[in-house]
Design a binder for this molecule. Sequence first.
Ligand code: ATP
Ligand code: MG
Length: 392
Amino acid sequence: MYNSFLIKYGEIGIKGDNRHIFEDALAKRIKTVLGRIEGEFTVRKTRGRIYVNCGGDWNYDETVTQLTHVFGVVGICPVMIYKTGDMEKLKADMVDYVSKEHAGEKATFKVKARRVDKTFPLTSMEVSAALGEAILQNFPDLKVDVHEPDILFDVEIREEVYIYSKIIPGPGGMPIGTAGRAMLLLSGGIDSPVAGWMVAKRGVTIDAVYFHAPPYTSERAKQKVVDLAAQLAKYTGPIRLHVVNFTDIQLYIYDECPHEELTIIMRRYMMRIAEHFAREEGDLGLVTGESIGQVASQTMQSLVVTDAAASLPVYRPLIGFDKNDIVDISRKIGTYETSILPYEDCCTIFVAKHPVTKPLLHIIERSEGKLKEKIDALVQEAIDTAELVIAK
Ligand code: ATP
Ligand code: MG
């Protein structure tokens, strides 16, 4: 019944001279996601608006789902397009639209007509009034309320007539690829996929790194992380996921360092290796799923010590979030069901009963000194043997 969508975008509308860069990125991204499904779609940019016209063998639900995965999209308005004609035709089209879209509804409404085609003989105000009257005559359950209507009918008279009244919310944010790249430390947990999603939502392209410890962690645990990356990729496009074998480094730390410091020292080596791949990819920061106080390695003191291992900025978009807020987002973005699968994680296997909660940098550095003999070679080997998976 529809044949088009009007894409509403918020913030990118205010980017001044760079506006077209953001609009182009958005239009391009929309084309890309629609390329994943059946149908012939044309994406048109006109006067600060983006329209998606749909043809061929297209499916409404699939199309909406794809569009809700595009950062930068604030709202998706399903539009019915009618051929232009005189005022009588326009009224008939309006009645047709209402009968299809709002049949039997008891509600208040307002008509907001816009005459983009100035050759149309009536003014926008006159058109609005005439269409309002046509609706009142045909739908006794609909009443006018110009201040707070339940339904706002938008009518645009251009080369054709566009009528819409519904807005499906989009994710908001900025089009992917407009804000540089970052390296996400992606584990199989609930938090890090959400952290990556939040940074990506600001337009940042995401690369990822996952540390596993075979045979202590299984192939299924790795597949879970690949699946999480693939779920994120619905929003971000293909993700370059570096899978790093961390076993020997972990065993070496386990043998040489105090056990209550294992997690923090491990975390520091993760940062260093992540940073190596980040520099290779041209990433401008590291992203983690940490939030203050969640576990011992996420106290303020631990974060100081972790940060000291990295020279790139470390972004922690969940820093002030409670777990249930994070869970809500993970459900919304579709990573939750995968995240809660019970496979083992490399950090939990070597974890100490009583990890330090207030580590001091100089003490941790002194412990790391005990790794002098072999650690550089082990780090190098972990880098050299890393596997690159393109998750999409
Ligand atoms: P998550 O739910 O993301 O696993 P978490 O609450 O379990 O987080 P930690 O295990 O302390 O927290 O990990 C903190 C952060 O360190 C993670 O959010 C992630 O960014 C990174 N991280 C932890 N383990 C790994 C791993 N095996 N591979 C890659 N990154 C990891
Ligand atoms: Mg975890």
